[in-house]
Design a protein around this ligand. Sequence first.
Ligand code: SAM
Length: 252
Amino acid sequence: MTRLPVSLQSLVVQFTALLLTALLFPLLPILFSYQATLWQLALVQGGLAAVLSVLWRQPAWWPPLHVGFLPAVLLALQVNLPAWVYLGAFLLLVLFYWSTFRTRVPLYLSDRKAWQALTSLLPETRTFRFIDLGSGLGGVPLYLEPRFPQGCFYGTEIAPGPWLISRVRAWLKRSRVNFMRRDYETLNLSDFDVVFAFLSPAAMPGLWQQAASQMRSGSLLVSLSFAVNARQPDSVVNLAAGARHTLYAWRM
Ligand SMILES: C[S@@+](CC[C@H](N)C(=O)[O-])C[C@H]1O[C@@H](n2cnc3c(N)ncnc32)[C@H](O)[C@@H]1O
């Protein structure tokens, strides 16, 4: 049976807990002669949601989120912010996190240590085409482009907010990096000599399948932080001391 995405599970959990709490509310005065306050009910709803979340075996950070959700809504109502603040925050989240509920790859950025380590894996003299799958704010190709003038650099990003920022950054730097707003799953990876990805454990099996079926023999797949079960990497680069990431590379 296919599992619901965890975000949809959480909607089900919240609504079920809300329904159970709503059923409990009229019973309390009858059974225990007790009239609960709104805050007590919110905490009961949170507790029920957390239990349902544990029963559904959601990841460990979800039960505390469920406990806090309705109390946070009540708090926000008391602060009495104008409605446009919520709309603005929602739109910002949509622009930057777009289809994270489906891809399970949120926006978080790699750092200069990772980019420096990546340079050791790229061809020094011959021409090559490089793509960053899920290019975020564009940091990776914008860093590499001036260091590898013989390379052709691409980035592809699904979320409109980061993509727009990467385009503006490329324009300001007069860079030739081509930032596309496309789902990498719709690309043909055989067009590239080096494919770089910094995604999430959830995305790796699909990425590996795509890479194995599309990438040309001799081309290079590099993943920051996340390996695959299907094949041991051909090289592993541990970043400078103190950094928590590792680069995995596979010669296809
Ligand atoms: C962890 S961030 C990495 C950003 C950037 N590569 C870096 O190293 O700083 C992953 C990015 O991949 C994007 N993403 C997730 N799934 C995608 C998909 N199927 N196609 C294109 N971009 C995707 C997300 O929106 C997010 O911006």
